[in-house]
Design a protein around this ligand. Structure first.
Ligand code: FRU
Length: 508
């Protein structure tokens, strides 16, 4: 009962202020300098439900990915982190590094609360031309200082993100008026030779665009919004503005995370396709919202900066509806698999596609054909995850059970009339009683196009299933908590056609 009350308080705080004005912990030092931070706690990474191919911290709470930046051959993943426990609070930037987006090494906490407030979400850039004057190639983190109000601050690193110094002129974007004003995502716009910041306006349903020549002085340029009520079911958070070349035309995509009001319930990420002139984003006339992911558990995702040849995205694999009570110990929450997201024209319309990053090949075993029944016993080590690729006949009603030897299963069905793949996350899926919002009888993923047979990839880990159409045109991410990893597949109504390969644990 006490846990329930605490959770309720946590969730109310999260929903009301997403996540609201954080209290500043009295014990925390007055600056964001981190040289004396402790080494991360270590874990065997084999606890129940511990993801094997996804990033989780050794212990404690995480939410949004932050400060995604690629520098000197290293991918940096910062994230909302509570260094002191498994509930949301004491918001700081945790940090992990990876050479390949799969094998992560947790680092000391990068940024902790200071006199301006807790450290909420934001981004990081490499300042190649030393526009800020901190030094050539400084890594500059831009984040929300969440104190009495939400304002934007910066910190910089001259040692490859091993340590950060907060800028003495903070906040660089002051605010005492707006209630929601957070999650700065910054990129360099070469035509206007300016930095561009996208900032979320929460319950005002807007994304404000600001520009700067030096990362320190910012000018507000415009606010993007949508009048559609379907885009206004929740607060707008964690934007990202992406540039694409599609069929010879330049197009821009605005990612906006909404909470609640996602595609199923609770959190989700919508996107708008349009044009951007360096100051203003204008969305094309399309049917919105468009969803990046049709599942319940992919939120607050943004992309890495400074990656030359592709757009790499990662999301927080959870949902504010039940994030505070998901069963995991001693950590709480994981990131999605990193995905390459691209803009394509499908059925004559622009659409974002998602594909798991190509580096996945480095942990993949040989493909083996799959037959109806349990495939796990013969081919998997206990710590491995896997990818199952099914050829799904969209013309026939069929039901698939992804199951384990404990009698637990995730069912998904094919609905040829609506061209949907529909998953059912129920009490049969595994642990489900921790929140009434968690079981869902109908998670719908549309299958664009008109092909009779489509490839469906399932990336299965100990507490998640990411279903992605092989052409990337739809994705559905779901948390599941089976007693053991699902390791069998059973199909009724159609012939089972597919193959499977192991994905070796990245924590071995
Ligand atoms: C999104 C969010 C952000 C905020 C952060 C606080 O999940 O609410 O808007 O910066 O989480 O942890």
């Amino acid at each position: 009962m006490r846990l329930f009350t605490k959770t309720l308080i946590l969730l109310v705080a999260a929903v009301v202020c997403g996540c609201g004005d954080a209290e500043i912990d009295e014990d925390l030092p007055p600056s964001g300098e981190t040289e004396e931070q402790e080494k991360p706690f270590s874990s065997s990474y084999d606890e129940q439900y511990r993801p094997q191919i996804h990033y989780t911290p050794a212990k404690n709470w995480i939410n949004d990915p932050n400060g995604l930046v690629y520098a000197d051959g290293v991918y940096h993943l910062f994230y909302q982190y509570n260094p002191r426990g498994k509930d949301w609070g004491n918001m700081s930037w945790g940090h992990a590094v990876s050479p390949d987006l799969l094998h992560w090494e947790e680092q000391p906490v990068a940024l902790i609360a200071d006199h301006l407030g807790a450290i909420f979400s934001g981004s990081a850039v490499v300042d190649k031309d030393n526009t800020a004057g901190f030094g050539r190639n400084a890594i500059v983190a831009l984040y929300t200082s969440a104190g009495a109000s939400q304002q934007q601050s910066i910190a910089y690193s001259l040692d490859g993100a091993k340590s950060f110094k907060t800028y003495e002129g903070n906040p660089v974007v002051p605010n005492t008026v707006k209630t929601d004003f957070r999650d700065p995502k910054v990129f360099w716009h070469s035509e206007s030779e300016s930095w561009v910041m996208a900032l979320a306006l929460g319950w005002s349903y807007g994304i404000e665009i600001l520009t700067s020549k030096n990362l320190k002085n910012w000018t507000s340029q415009s606010v993007f919004t949508s009048d559609l009520s379907s885009c206004r079911n929740g607060q707008w958070e964690c934007p990202d503005l992406l540039r694409y070349e599609c069929d010879g035309e330049e197009k821009w995509v605005m990612l906006v995370s909404v909470n609640p009001g996602g595609p199923v319930s609770g959190s989700g990420t919508m996107y708008f396709v349009g044009d951007f002139d360096g100051k203003k984003f204008v969305a094309d006339d399309m049917t919105y919202p468009l969803w990046l992911d049709y599942g319940t558990d992919n939120y607050a995702g943004v992309t890495w900066s400074n990656v030359p040849d592709r757009t790499i995205y990662i999301g927080w694999m959870n949902n504010w509806l039940y994030a505070g009570v998901v069963p995991a110990h001693p950590w709480r929450s994981a990131m999605t698999l990193p995905r390459e997201i691209d803009l394509k024209k499908i059925d004559g319309k622009y659409m974002l596609t998602s594909k798991v990053i190509r580096e996945i090949e480095t942990i993949a075993g040989e493909w083996e054909d799959v037959e109806d029944g349990m495939f796990g016993e013969r081919m998997f080590g206990v710590r491995d995850s896997y990818q199952l690729r099914l050829e799904v006949d969209m013309t026939t009603e069929a039901s698939y059970l992804l199951s384990n030897s404990k009698g637990e299963y995730l069912e998904f069905t094919v609905n040829p009339k609506t061209r949907m793949i529909v998953a059912k996350r129920t009490q049969k899926t595994g642990k489900a009683e921790f929140s009434p919002s968690y079981p869902l009888s109908s998670l719908k993923m549309p299958v664009p196009g008109d092909e009779a047979v489509v490839g469906l990839d399932l990336f299965v880990d100990k507490s998640s299933v990411e279903m992605i159409l092989s052409d990337g045109s739809s994705a559905m991410t779901m948390l599941v908590f089976p007693k053991e990893i699902y390791n069998g597949i059973h199909c009724t109504g159609a012939d089972l056609n597919g193959k499977v390969r192991t994905l070796s644990s990245v924590w071995k």
